[in-house]
Design a protein around this ligand. Structure first.
Ligand SMILES: *Cc1c(COP(=O)(O)O)cnc(C)c1O
Length: 421
């Protein structure tokens, strides 16, 4: 049973919420850095190991800059994410561009930045060649299909739109080799929020065997194997985090038995986690606006699914703390809701909580990845601010809250005045 922590004392949190209007997302620098260092240390046996932080999980440049300082690269999937990386001073092979259904302009942007381009289809070789010319280093995304079980967020690999089949991979690398390319990598990403360490060990084994086969049959050399992201986090208090040392030991074993044994060493091991990097170290802080007692008890917050969509989207569990009331009995079954005109705008259904009152501070845990990032403006909801609790105890606003003016910025009200009905 992991205890759900707050990033500071309750008094500090209350003070922050008194000076910064709720709702807001709060991140903990010290915990993010400690976690990043633990990941690097676990894989230190592989000198070229690199984590490419999946920007989409938490696209805040302040957090990205902190992670880049720890030696992380970034995994981008769109033009805007590439621009964000560039604004953080990240270019070249510190960027992995893993996209799908990609416009030519985004390939050109990735090529201009010198990013590692990870292609999603056989037909994209010619498309990329046309768009920007082929780079010297190329990677392909493998979809193992029925060879690998998926999980509930990503689904079954054979249903997934991503990646090439095994037969297509042989053709893809052969085509690139014949066009004169000499630098190769390979990638797969088949699970998300997976808590079983064996899953990642098996994924690495699958890719190592494939690399050994491809290297031998095509006489090419691989520089990296990217096993993707997807390491889960214990959203529920009774769950355990993935033991990184177990994952690392298992992968190292396969590396020695497959890669080293075939004389293919050194190959750099890459990962592109998002969730496990920042997820547990971000909190959505909100206040209770109303309590309704009808057919059920509804605790209405000033946050809504526009601030954190996961419960509504996947029925995901997020732990909820009513600040100052953790030690009271949790005996009142509540639906914790937002204010959208959508009945699935709920952070929790039938959640046992202590007695709650309007004005209480409510913290929603594990909102540090795929939280603020999935925000949207439906029902005219501005996205909330993001705050960073620095290692030195100070508080930094790393993104202001959106205002009505931001939401209206794409509208021209002068045109509206001239608009004849
Ligand atoms: C979403 C995504 C990731 C990160 O996934 P997490 O579950 O946040 O670790 C990494 N790579 C690709 C290609 C993705 O689409």
């Amino acid at each position: 049973m992991s205890k759900k922590q707050l990033p500071c004392t309750e008094a500090q949190l209350a003070a922050i919420a008194n000076t910064h209007p709720t709702p807001f997302h709060l991140y903990d620098e010290k915990a993010i850095l400690a976690n990043a260092r633990e990941l690097k240390a676990a894989f230190a046996w592989n000198p070229g190991f690199r984590e490419y932080f999946a920007v989409k999980a938490t696209p805040n440049p302040f957090l990205i800059k902190l992670l880049h300082h720890e030696g992380f690269g970034v995994d981008c999937s769109s033009g805007v994410e590439l621009s964000l990386a560039e604004r953080c001073g990240i270019t070249g092979e510190e960027i992995m561009f893993t996209s799908n259904d990609t416009p030519a302009e985004e390939f050109r942007q990735a090529a201009r930045l010198g990013a590692i381009i990870n292609l999603d289809d056989l037909s994209h070789i010619a498309y990329l060649e046309q768009a920007s010319g082929l780079p010297e280093l190329i990677s392909f995304r493998y979809n193992p299909g029925p060879l690998k079980e998926g999980n509930s967020i990503i689904g079954h690999p054979e249903e997934a739109k991503y990646g090439l089949t095994r037969a297509q991979l042989f053709e893809a690398y052969k085509t690139c080799r014949d066009k004169g390319l000499r630098r190769f990598g390979i990638h797969t990403m088949v699970a998300s929020n997976e808590l079983n360490p064996q899953y990642f060990i098996d994924t690495a084994e699958l890719l190592f065997e494939l690399v050994a086969d491809l290297s031998k049959k095509l006489d090419i050399r691989f520089e990296f194997v990217n096993i993707g992201g997807g390491i889960g986090i214990p959203y529920k208090p009774e769950q355990q985090p993935v033991d990184l040392q177990t994952v690392s030991n298992g992968i190292r074993d396969h590396y020695e038995h497959i890669i080293t044994a075939a004389g293919l060493d050194p190959i750099n091991l890459f990962m592109e986690n998002g969730r496990m990097i920042t997820g547990p170290y971000g909190w959505l802080v909100s206040r209770v606006l109303h309590i309704k007692d009808t057919y059920k008890i509804f605790v209405g917050l000033d946050a809504c699914m526009a601030n954190l969509m996961r419960p509504a989207l996947y029925g995901a569990y997020h732990h909820i703390t009513v600040v100052g009331k953790e030690h009271l009995p949790h005996e009142v079954l509540c639906d914790v809701t937002g204010s959208l005109c959508e009945n699935n705008d709920k952070f929790a259904i039938d959640r046992p909580l202590p007695p709650v009152k309007p004005g209480d501070l409510v913290v929603i845990h594990d909102a540090g990845a795929h939280g603020h990032a999935m925000g949207f403006n439906y029902n005219g909801k501005p996205r909330s601010a993001e705050l960073l609790l620095r290692s030195n105890g100070s508080l930094q606003l790393i993104r202001r809250a959106e205002t009505e003016a931001d939401l209206f910025a794409t509208l021209d009200f002068d045109d509206l005045k001239r608009f004849k009905v």
